[in-house]
Ligand binder design. Structure first.
Ligand SMILES: Nc1ncnc2c1ncn2[C@@H]1O[C@H](COP(=O)(O)OP(=O)(O)O)[C@@H](O)[C@H]1O
Ligand SMILES: N[C@@H](CCC(=O)OP(=O)(O)O)C(=O)O
Length: 367
């Protein structure tokens, strides 16, 4: 914890707002104090901050978080400006600049965007600024939203090669039951999925401004730790103690090593735009031999995807075995199925010799 040189800190809406709703400038300042102290030690910090929707409620005369997407987006649009203005003023107390970075799912699912996000964040850090990341709520539609910043933060931690992810919330860690009950106690560390067995992982609490609750935090911890990044989950008021290595919150130990950049997002962040049904030979080729998927082994196509989109590969029972980036539009594929690439190249031209999904663009899914 104390040796981390580049960290991603994610803060939830519930830690930034007042009981009446609306941004709480004092709570923002307390968080900024902690981050500025880290920066003074030479640690690079990327802040993933929720709170745009919550911050936009009161200015738009809304009493509570709206259910429909358009009103949420309107609130986020008003609130994001206020949120970043608040961070800008607060970091300025320490002479630090803030850089707003709004990301959509595509920014960590498309290869060129992923690199672009890395370059921007890395440059901001190199120039001494504090990147403040949020989901680009105003342009994201239902099907291309992350919806929760916990998973976004885990992916950002991977994008920037962070060596620690800190998830700050209104609760001081993962509890083995409802944290509001006196019988529940804090889980100090999680070394792997087995430690989560029997734990009641619930939705967001009564504050009403958070979204994912503990479910998305544990998911985010799974994404980061499987990619070699340890995670601390604690209350915002204990952020300073946690970063000083004190026993507060829940520490999720790393369970894996860093994977190839592009594959992590493919497994965790992408929404499949369609399905390709594979015959048993193609399943074996893809799963056991890690081969590319060729038209000959595909028996069916579903969805309206275009070349470059993520698609699920399913076996003859409809179970998803892998996810990959497809090289053809959905409407091109039916005419190619079951045929060899050589035959297709002879008949239709060399462009049709390509794999339907290249092995480098495939990730196996265990479900
Ligand atoms: N097992 C659990 N341990 C801790 N908190 C839990 C658990 N199950 C559900 N929760 C709830 O999750 C809430 C945190 O999620 P959320 O409100 O989405 O936070 P944030 O806005 O900080 O992202 C806690 O306030 C708590 O009520
Ligand atoms: N992007 C949304 C936040 C979504 C979200 O994950 O919220 P939270 O559960 O409070 O971290 C916003 O800024 O309001």
């Amino acid at each position: 914890m104390t040796s981390a040189r580049r960290i991603v800190v994610k803060v939830g809406s519930s830690s930034l707002t007042t009981a009446q709703g609306g941004l709480d400038p004092d709570r923002v300042d307390v968080l900024v104090d902690v981050i500025a102290a880290k920066r003074a030690e030479g640690v690079e910090v990327v802040l993933v901050s929720s709170g745009a929707i919550a911050a936009g409620l009161a200015p738009l005369g809304l009493a509570r978080r709206p259910r429909d997407l358009a009103t949420q987006q309107a609130a986020a649009s008003v609130g994001q400006g206020l949120l970043v203005a608040r961070y800008t003023a607060s970091f300025a107390r320490y002479g630090l600049r803030v850089g707003q970075v709004l990301l959509t799912v595509d920014d960590v699912t498309r290869r060129a965007h992923y690199r672009n996000a890395y370059n921007t964040l890395d440059k901001l850090l190199a120039m001494g600024a504090v990147p403040v990341v949020n989901e680009n709520d105003t342009v994201a539609t239902e099907e291309i939203r992350f919806g929760d910043n916990d998973r976004l933060a885990a992916l950002v931690a991977h994008v920037v090669h962070a060596d620690l992810l800190v998830l700050l919330s209104d609760v001081d860690g993962l509890y083995d039951g409802d944290p509001a009950k006196p019988t529940s106690s804090r889980v100090p560390f999680v070394t792997g999925p087995a430690d989560l067995e029997g734990i009641e992982i619930g939705k967001a609490g009564k504050s009403g401004v958070g979204t994912g609750g503990m479910v998305t935090k544990v998911e985010a911890a799974g994404i980061a730790t499987s990619a070699g990044i340890p995670v601390v989950l604690t209350a915002t008021r204990f952020a300073s103690d946690a970063l000083a290595g004190k026993d507060t919150g829940t520490l999720f130990h790393r369970t894996g090593v860093r994977t190839a950049d592009r594959l992590l997002w493919l497994a965790h962040a992408s929404t499949a735009r369609g399905r390709l049904a594979l015959d048993p030979g193609a399943v074996r080729a893809v799963v056991e031999r890690r081969s590319s998927l060729l038209p000959a082994g595909i028996t069916g196509v579903q969805g309206g995807f275009v070349a470059g989109d993520p698609v699920d590969l399913v076996d003859e029972n409809g179970h998803i075995v892998a996810r990959g980036l497809v090289n053809f539009d959905a409407k091109e594929l039916p005419g190619l199925l079951g045929r060899s690439t050589r035959e297709l190249a002879r008949e239709l031209g060399p462009a049709y010799e390509r794999e339907v999904v290249h092995r480098d663009d495939l990730v196996l899914l265990r479900r």
